[in-house]
Every structure is written in structure tokens, then in C-alpha cells.
Design a protein around this ligand. Structure first.
Ligand code: ADP
Length: 460
């Protein structure tokens, strides 16, 4: 058709350049080799039509026009082949992106999604057609752990950002992801688009959370076990002689009420009371020695490291109660001597008490600070400071008495046991008010210089 027009008319190059359209159409639908053939065909037809053209035209002018047409067709064919090659490379790369199971998508600087791979479809449940053109953070209801402004400032400065985000699937299920953002700039260096690659870490997070939960439950359980064990032993062992005392007292009263009073029987009853009373006393002393039943393991250990571990063990509890914990650990304190397990138990007990003292606080930050320091050359000091309800000045010493508690489910043994453990190590435990709010529980431990002395105290 173009050939006939070109041959039959005198429209010069205008008709011949219509071949360009034919080449572009071929480039869209045909393989590269066919595009080359179409290009060559167009050149051949252009030459043929020039040869067959009406002789009325001035030949020099038509020759130049012919050359321009042929060069144009050639250039367009080359450009079309190049474009076809680029498109095919891009398509291959896009297909590669689809092979990965991780969600990858790109968005412009307004957040509109430009590319959405199969991994993104599979994880979030939005099909490409739904996602393309939507604003990414709105579509995925993204919760930013770090504020978005901070992320963008960093991205614009460093061209990349990596961190944690929470997205939501199409059914609203939250997905925790490690997100990597990479900023692409245009030729002028202006930010053009953001490529986002996400890795689903929901399962890992869930496992981490349950591990932390288990650790904190363990910490609690340990504490309850120590207290429970003591209470059960005391109850069981003291109950018997006390029951015997009560029985003897009843019997004594009955003999006294008899007419005439059976004084000899009363004497027997009182003797039994005395005997059982002393037995109860012995039991109490034995129970006090119960803690020493398990021989303490005296060893050298790093106090600051043990503080870190105790905080890690109680992390879930801290998080659940919205408590921010800070460690102010002195490098001046390193090794201490004693039973690491027992003393860590003391620390955990003080931390849990601190957290519990802050549960009712809503008008100020809940902060727990653990400080270590060297009190003197032979003594290390640990302070657990909270911003909780604080101490009743008249009752500070009562806190350390067995069974003193102000909690509905408390046993009131934690501080009593803690004090006896610390004292068995040759140290002391005290409570003082924190400024401006809360309490400080402070205890000391011998450092390795007088380790021998502390070991003696423990063994005695
Ligand atoms: P329990 O925790 O079972 O009550 P404890 O012996 O550990 O037993 O504590 C005794 C009491 O001391 C608590 O009930 C509470 O009234 C008080 N107490 C302990 N720690 C703190 C603290 N950090 N701030 C204020 N009061 C505290």
C-alpha cells in the first residue's frame, strides 16, 4: 500500500517514512530477525519505488530524498531493535524478581506502587492489579517502628535504609518484616523511586517472643519455687509440734477444770507443751538452714554480665509492663565471689519487685535502673532503682520480714530470702527512697580480694 502510494505519487519522502510505522509495529510483535527483514524490505521497496517513480521528478532532489528515507528507515530499525533488546532484558529481570518468594516492589516518591512482584502478591494477598497505583503504606497499613520522617531523612542522605516494619495482609493479619529500601535517582540526581524488599520475620518474632515469655515465666517460677519450697517446709514441719501443743493445752485445761483439778495431769500436759514448743523451735532453726541444704557453689563471676543476664531474663516482664530499663554498669567492678545462681535470684527478685511497684504508675515514666559500683576496694555494690510507688518511711524494715506483703498474690518471702542470701555472702541489703519517686534496693558483695572471707561466711 505504502509502496503503491510512494511509487504512484510525487509526495517524496512523506510516504516513504510511513515505513517507520511498519518497522515499529514489527518491533512490537516480531522477533529481532523478522524486524531486520522488515527493515530491509522497507529499504528495498523504497529503492524500487524510486526506480519505478514517474520520470517527471527532478532526479537530484529525489535522490537526496531517497537517501534520507533509507537512512531514516535504517536508523529506526536499529533503534527499534535496541529498544526491543532493552525491553526483553527488563522483562527477564522482572521475571527473575518474580522467582523470589520475598516481596519486592517499587514506588514513586509519593508512595504510589509502580512494580509489585509475585512474592508481594503471595505474602500480602493483593494482586498486581490492586496494588499498582495504590499508595504502599496505605495499602499495607504499615506501622513504622522508627518514625517515617526519620527513615526518609536517612534514605535521602544514604540512599538506603534497613529496619523493621509491620505490614498488614489483605485480611488484616499483621506481618513483621525486615525491610530494605533503596533509593533510585534520575539522571539529574533527583530521587525518583524507592525499591523495597521485605523479608517476612513474623514466625521468627513469634518464636523470640515465646522464648522471652518462657524465660520470664521461668524467672517467675524460680522465684515462686524458692518461696513455695520454703513455705511448704515451714508449714509442714512446724504444724506437727504446734498441733501437739494445742492438743496438750486443751487436755491441760480439761484437767484443771476437773473437780478436784488433776494437777499431776496438768503437769504432764505442760511438760509435753514445753517439749513440743522446743521441737517447734528446732524445726524453725532447721528450716532457716534449709537454704544451706544445697551447698552453695562458690566461684568467681562477672557481676556486670550477671546483671545483663538477669535483665534479659526479665525482659518480657519489663516489656509487658511498659518499663524502660537502663543499666549503669561500672567498669570499675568486675569479678565478685559467691554463688552466682543465688545472687542472680536476688537480682531477679528485686527487678520483679521494682516492676510490680510501677504497675500502678500512669503519670510518669516507668523506669528501672540497675547500677553497679565499687563501694570500697573490697566491696561491689548493686542498686535496683525504680520509679514506683515508693516506700512507707515507717515500715522499711518490715519489708524484709518473712510473710510481709502488700500484694494480693504476694508471699512476702522474696526480700527475706534475698537478705539472708546477701548476708550469707558477707554483704548487706537495704531499701532507701529513690528521688523524686520510687525505691532503691541496694546490696553489697565482696569482690575477689576478700573472696576467701566470703567463702568462709558461706560455709559457716
Ligand atoms: P512479695 O513480692 O511477695 O510481696 P517481697 O518480700 O519481695 O514479697 O516484698 C515484700 C513487700 O515489700 C512487697 O509486698 C511490697 O509491699 C514491698 N516492696 C518490695 N519491693 C518494693 C519496691 N520496689 N517498691 C515498693 N515496695 C516494695
Amino acid at each position: 500500500m505504502i509502496f503503491i502510494l510512494d511509487t504512484a505519487t510525487v509526495l517524496d519522502i512523506a510516504v516513504a517514512t510511513l515505513y517507520v510505522v511498519v518497522i515499529l509495529i514489527a518491533a512490537r510483535f516480531c522477533k529481532p530477525r523478522s524486524v531486520v527483514l522488515v527493515g530491509l524490505g522497507c529499504v528495498a521497496l523504497t529503492i524500487l519505488s524510486w526506480v519505478l517513480a514517474p520520470p517527471a521528478r527532478p532526479s537530484a532532489e529525489t535522490l537526496i530524498n531517497e537517501c534520507i528515507s533509507i537512512v531514516t528507515i535504517g536508523l529506526v530499525t536499529a533503534l527499534a531493535l535496541h529498544a526491543q533488546q532493552t525491553v526483553s532484558t527488563l522483562r527477564n529481570q522482572a521475571n527473575l524478581l518474580d522467582l523470589t518468594h520475598d516481596p519486592i516492589f517499587s514506588r514513586d516518591m509519593d508512595g504510589k506502587i509502580l512494580y509489585w512482584n509475585r512474592g508481594a502478591e503471595e505474602l500480602y494477598g493483593f494482586k498486581g492489579a490492586e496494588a499498582l497505583g495504590a499508595v504502599a503504606h496505605t495499602l499495607l497499613q504499615t506501622t513504622f517502628v522508627t518514625p517515617l520522617e526519620q527513615i526518609m531523612t536517612r534514605l535521602l542522605r544514604e540512599d538506603r535504609w534497613e529496619g523493621e516494619l509491620v505490614n498488614r495482609k489483605t485480611d488484616g493479619t499483621p506481618v513483621v518484616v525486615t525491610s530494605r529500601w533503596s533509593l533510585q535517582r534520575d539522571n539529574a540526581g533527583k530521587p525518583a523511586l524507592i525499591l523495597e524488599t521485605n523479608i517476612d520475620i513474623s514466625e521468627r518474632k513469634r518464636l523470640e517472643d515465646s522464648l522471652q515469655q518462657a524465660q520470664s515465666d521461668l524467672a517467675r517460677l524460680n522465684r515462686v519455687l524458692v518461696v513455695g519450697e520454703m513455705t511448704a517446709s515451714i508449714a509442714h514441719e512446724v504444724n506437727q509440734p504446734i498441733a501437739a501443743v494445742v492438743t496438750s493445752a486443751h487436755a491441760g485445761l480439761r484437767w484443771l477444770d476437773a473437780q478436784p483439778p488433776a494437777l499431776e495431769e496438768v503437769r504432764h500436759a505442760l511438760t509435753r507443751i514445753e517439749k513440743d514448743g522446743s521441737r517447734a523451735g528446732e524445726v524453725v532453726s532447721r528450716v532457716r538452714g534449709l537454704v544451706k541444704k544445697v551447698p552453695p557453689r562458690i566461684e568467681r563471676w562477672d557481676l556486670n554480665e550477671a546483671v545483663g543476664e538477669a535483665v534479659a531474663l526479665t525482659r518480657a516482664e519489663l516489656l509487658r509492663n511498659g518499663v524502660v530499663s537502663r543499666n549503669a554498669l561500672s567498669s570499675d567492678v568486675s569479678l565478685v565471689m559467691g554463688d552466682r545462681v543465688q545472687l542472680q535470684q536476688v537480682l531477679i527478685n528485686l527487678i520483679v519487685n521494682g516492676i510490680e511497684a510501677m504497675t500502678g504508675v500512669h503519670d510518669r515514666p516507668r523506669e528501672l535502673t540497675i547500677r553497679t559500683a565499687r563501694a570500697d576496694p573490697d566491696t561491689a555494690m548493686v542498686e535496683v532503682c525504680d520509679t514506683g510507688t515508693g516506700l512507707d518511711p515507717g515500715h522499711v524494715d518490715r519489708l524484709f520480714q518473712s510473710f510481709y506483703t502488700t500484694k494480693a498474690e504476694g508471699m512476702g518471702m522474696g526480700l527475706a530470702i534475698s537478705r539472708s542470701i546477701v548476708e550469707a555472702h558477707g554483704g548487706w541489703l537495704e531499701a532507701v527512697p529513690n528521688e523524686p519517686h520510687g525505691a532503691v534496693f541496694r546490696f553489697t558483695l565482696p569482690t575477689r580480694e576478700n573472696a576467701q572471707a566470703s567463702a568462709e561466711v558461706l560455709r559457716s
